[in-house]
Design a protein. Structure first.
Length: 575
């Protein structure tokens, strides 16, 4: 077992069983990082309370069973009943040597693997991706990669908004301006201009509004010409999405668009299904479901609107159809909705209805991975001077431009400088999102995101470049480094212990759908490496010590690269 916390947990459970009886072999060993030792166990505290023992005495008996063993160098009771645990240096060194030889770097595959849907990014046809889409896109993609790395099968789903009432108006506008102009505007992301022009005509020109309404009726009836024009809008928008996802390093492809229109053929049946089972009924002319536990300010139950009084279907219906399809037809075990906090209630209502309908059972879970707001300096939503949403593409341009200023003086070669500025700028923007809890709101501050020190993308990119340069200077291939591992200083020991934490960090991030846990780990590892690098000469060390330090460098590079790859942070070879 490479993971120190898991290994210690196992030993604590064994000691508990020996001390208290076999049934305690399954107790929670409650292992935590400690500021007085490598780790601590809080198990004696809670168990003693349950059993009527004196916590401190129980802690002391457990500690004496663990003290001075193959794995644990020191175990001692402390405070009211903590057990402080310090690992043997030899144990750490052996595990690091194992990790060095392991292509998976000590990250075990999930057992059993799950089939998971990650619903993220939330793009819409003929609407720009704006600053608010950054977090649900970047965080969602990291969740996908972390889950896949653990061997789970992940279905990426960008619930593409490609259906609904605006499409009558958008199609008519496309006809007015012509296909080329439509393509030029949509494929380059000039959606606002396109959408607003359509909207303005709709509001001011009665004849246009009439045509738009007729077109919508045709579209909803599947009339071929209306469908062809609609498809044109979808294709043009896809051209833009492909471009922006590629630049942002997001793994969504055309095949991962789970467009709202895909569910359209299922909507009537979903309504009939729920109505037939008494889970939905007509209220004010509309078919509504009232999942239990949701009331408005007036105390009345809140509806999910399944079919409007005019017979149309909306956002609620599609989400209900989507969750049924995912659970009942695809048979997935977990659905993670990476969506803004403002849709929390909507999603909880969809989950509650799915549970009522028997689609969501104990064999599966649906969770809302809440995304908080990214704000401007004053804590308000990011806006342009004109009060519009900031385009995601513009935000990326700004990040790259600012990154270029940070690195400019180090590069003569303009092509190389451009590539590095792109990686540093985009990496900083993405890492900024991933390094904070996803549900917190956070202030976009480019100076902080682009700083070369602290918990930033550039700091981590720089750490990898620095390790590569050690090998380059010595004319060595990082892959050639082999043990043995010698832990002669506290800095080496701390770095080694950190290296062993990758598996836990990846698993924690996967379990809670919180990539920032992996980001914190990667940052702590890079910090431990910085200290090691300052205190432990590598190339001027001799013999086995040099080999060991080179091996620590290699392994740090591999673990950092793995972490950054899972987070979706591009890593330039040089910096
Ligand atoms: N397109 C939606 C929006 O712009 C987000 C979709 C989120 N996913 C979902 N299954 N509802 O708000």
């Amino acid at each position: 077992m490479t993971d120190p916390e898991a290994a210690l947990g196992q030993l604590v459970r064994e000691a508990l069983a020996a001390e208290l009886g076999a049934e305690f072999a399954a107790a929670d060993p409650s292992i935590r990082p400690s500021s007085f030792a490598d780790f601590q166990s809080n198990a004696a505290l809670s168990l003693a309370k349950q059993l009527g023992h004196v916590p401190r005495d129980l802690a002391a008996s457990i500690a004496s069973r663990l003290d001075d063993t193959d794995t644990v160098a020191h175990a001692e009771a402390s405070g009211p009943g903590f057990i402080n645990l310090t690992l043997q240096d030899g144990w750490i060194a052996d595990r690091v040597a194992d990790q060095l030889a392991d292509p998976r770097l000590g990250v075990a595959k999930a057992e059993p693997a799950q089939l998971v849907v990650v619903d993220y990014s939330g793009p819409n046809v003929a609407k720009e991706l704006h600053a608010g889409h950054l977090r649900p896109t970047v965080v969602g993609d990291a969740i996908v990669k972390v889950l896949e790395h653990l061997g789970n099968e992940v279905i990426r789903a960008a619930h593409l908004g490609d259906w609904g009432t605006p499409f009558g108006m958008l199609i008519e506008h496309a006809l007015d301006v012509g296909e080329q102009v439509t393509y030029d505007q949509l494929a380059t992301g000039e959606f606002t201009a396109f959408y607003q022009a359509a909207r303005a005509k709709f509001d001011s020109d009665a004849a246009f509004a009439d045509r738009a309404r007729q077109r919508l009726v045709q579209l909803q009836a599947g009339e071929p010409e209306a469908m062809r024009l609609w498809q044109l809008l979808v294709d043009d928008s896809m051209a833009y999405l492909r471009k922006i996802y590629a630049r942002l390093g997001i793994s969504l492809t055309d095949a991962d668009m789970a467009p709202e229109s895909f569910y359209h053929p299922m909507l009537a049946d979903v309504c009939a299904d729920l109505e037939g089972r008494g889970l939905a009924w007509i209220s004010d002319g509309a078919l509504c479901a009232f999942p239990p536990g949701f009331t408005g300010r007036d105390g009345n139950p809140l509806p999910l609107m399944l079919r409007k009084s005019d017979g149309g279907y909306g956002y609620d219906t599609t989400d209900v159809a989507a969750i049924r399809y995912r659970l009942r037809d695809l048979g997935v075990q977990r659905i993670i909705y990476v969506v803004g906090s403002e849709q929390h209630q909507h999603l909880l209502m969809v989950f509650a209805l799915a549970r009522q309908a028997g689609w969501l059972t104990d064999r599966a879970s649906a969770e809302h991975a809440v995304i908080g707001l990214m704000t401007g300096a004053g804590g308000q939503r990011l806006k342009t001077r004109e009060g519009d949403q900031i385009k995601l593409m513009d935000l990326m341009d700004e990040a790259v431009e600012r990154a270029d200023k940070v690195i400019a003086d180090r590069y003569d070669d303009l092509i190389q400088r451009g590539q590095i500025a792109e990686a540093v700028g985009i990496g900083a923007l993405k890492y900024g999102d991933l390094s904070v809890a996803r549900d917190s709101s956070y202030v976009l501050d480019f100076d902080r995101l682009l700083a070369l020190t602290g918990n930033t993308g550039p700091y981590l990119q720089y750490a990898t470049a620095r390790i590569r340069s050690i090998f380059a200077r010595a004319g060595l291939d990082p892959a050639s480094a082999v043990g043995p591992i010698l832990l002669t200083t506290p800095a080496e020991r701390t770095l080694a212990l950190r290296l062993l934490g990758l598996g836990k960090a990846v698993n924690d991030a996967a379990a809670t759908a919180e990539p920032h846990k992996l980001a914190s780990y990667v940052f702590e590892l890079a910090s431990a490496f910085t200290t090691f690098y300052e205190q432990c000469p590598v190339l001027t060390a001799e013999g086995d010590l040099r080999q060991s330090r080179l091996a620590l460098c290699t392994l740090t590079l591999r673990v950092l690269m793995t972490g950054l790859e899972l987070l979706g942070i591009p890593v330039p070879e040089r910096m």
